[in-house]
Write a protein that binds this ligand. Structure first.
Ligand code: PBG
Length: 327
C-alpha cells in the first residue's frame, strides 16, 4: 500500500474536477438587493459609507430596478427615507408615503420584480426607534404591534409582494398575518427578521437610512450577540406565528446561528449580509489589501455553506454583473 492511500488532492487537480465535486453555489436568483428610496427629485446620491450604493428618489428608481431585473436580480427589499419624520412615524402608513409611492412606481414599469418591504418604524420616527415611544421613553410593544399591522397592510395595498418585519417586537408575526389575511392579502408571504442582533455592523445602514436612534440604543428589543439558544426560541415563535421565511441578521459574524436554524427547522432561511459587512470589504479592497470580487464570493458562499437559501446583500448587483460577464 502506498502512503497515504486516500488523497483528497486527486479531486482538486483541475477546474473540471473541482466543479464536479462542488457542494455549494451562490445563485443570482436567490439574492435580494436592498434599495434606499429618498424624498426629493432627480436624486441618485452615493452613500458615503457604502461605495456604489445609492439613495434614489422615486423618479430615478426605475433605471436601477430595470437593470437589476435584466441582470437576473428579481427581488429587492425597499427602505424609505421620508421627508417628514414625526413621533408616530405617520409616513409609514400613508398611502402616499415614500414606500407606497415607490412600490407603485416599480410595479408600473417592472411588474414582475418581487418587491419586498422592510416593515419597521425607525426610518419614519423623529426619535429613530423602531416603534411607539411612551412618556417614560420606552418602546411599547403592544401599541407598536397595531402600527406594524397598519404599515404592512398599507404596503400590501400599494402592491408589495412580500412583507419583512425588522422591528423585533414580540408577537408581531401573528398580528401582521391576521391583518394581512383580514384585508384580503392571505397570499402575501412574511419574511421575518426572526433573529436580529443588536449589532455594530448596522453602522453604515443608519447613515443611509438616517435612522440612528436620537437617544439610547436598540438593546431593549434586538438580541444580545452573546446568545445563541435564544435564536432557537425566536425562530420557534415566528414559525408558530406563521412566518414563511426566517432570517438571521447580521450574517458573517453569525454563521453558527444560520447553521443552527438550518439543523432545527425546514423553513427557508434568509441571511442578511448587512451594511457593515459590505463596507468592510469595500474599504479593505480600496486599500488594495484584499481582492474585492474574490472576497465577496467567499463571503456569500460562507452563508450558503452555513445553510442559508436566500441572501439579502448589497453585493447582489455586482455578483450578478460578474455572473453575466458584464463587467
Ligand atoms: C430597520 C433595519 C435596520 C437594518 C435593516 N432594517 C437597521 C437597524 O435595525 O438598526 C440594517 C441593515 C444593514 O445594516 O444593512 N430596523
Amino acid at each position: 500500500m502506498q502512503f497515504p492511500e486516500y488523497r483528497p488532492r486527486r479531486l482538486r487537480k483541475n477546474p473540471i474536477l473541482r466543479n464536479l465535486v462542488k457542494e455549494n453555489d451562490v445563485k443570482v436568483e436567490q439574492l435580494i438587493q436592498p434599495l434606499f428610496i429618498t424624498f426629493g427629485e432627480n436624486i441618485k446620491r452615493e452613500i458615503p459609507s457604502m461605495p456604489n450604493i445609492y439613495n434614489y428618489s422615486i423618479d430615478r428608481i426605475e433605471e436601477e430596478v430595470k437593470e437589476l431585473f435584466d441582470l437576473g436580480v428579481k427581488s429587492v427589499i425597499l427602505f424609505g427615507i421620508p421627508e417628514h419624520k414625526d413621533h408616530m412615524g405617520t409616513d409609514a402608513v400613508d398611502d402616499n408615503g415614500i414606500i407606497q409611492r415607490a412600490i407603485r412606481e416599480i410595479k408600473k414599469h417592472t411588474p414582475d420584480m418581487n418587491v419586498i418591504t422592510d416593515v419597521c418604524y425607525c426610518e419614519y420616527t423623529d426619535h429613530g426607534h423602531c416603534g411607539f415611544i411612551n412618556k417614560d421613553g420606552e418602546v411599547e410593544n403592544d401599541r407598536t404591534l397595531e402600527m406594524l399591522a397598519d404599515e404592512s397592510v398599507s404596503h400590501a395595498k400599494a402592491g408589495a409582494d412580500m412583507i419583512a418585519p425588522s422591528d423585533m417586537m414580540d408577537g408581531r408575526i401573528a398580528v401582521i398575518r391576521d391583518a394581512l389575511d383580514e384585508n384580503g392579502f392571505s397570499h402575501i408571504p412574511i419574511m421575518a427578521y426572526s433573529v436580529k442582533y443588536s449589532s455594530a455592523f448596522y453602522g453604515p445602514f443608519r447613515d443611509a437610512a438616517q435612522s440612528t436612534p436620537g437617544s439610547g440604543d436598540r438593546k431593549g428589543y434586538q438580541m444580545d450577540p452573546a446568545n445563541s439558544r435564544e435564536a432557537l426560541r425566536e425562530a420557534t415563535l415566528d414559525i408558530g406565528e406563521s412566518a414563511d421565511i426566517i432570517m438571521v441578521k447580521p450574517a458573517l459574524a453569525y454563521l453558527d446561528i444560520i447553521r443552527m436554524l438550518r439543523d432545527n427547522f425546514d423553513h427557508p432561511i434568509a441571511a442578511y449580509n448587512v451594511s457593515g459587512e459590505y463596507s468592510m470589504v469595500c474599504a479593505a479592497a480600496e486599500k488594495d489589501w484584499i481582492d474585492f470580487d474574490r472576497t465577496m464570493d467567499e463571503c456569500l458562499l460562507s452563508m450558503k455553506r452555513a445553510g442559508a437559501d436566500i441572501i439579502i446583500t448589497y453585493f447582489a448587483k455586482r455578483f450578478a454583473q460578474n455572473a453575466a460577464g458584464k463587467r
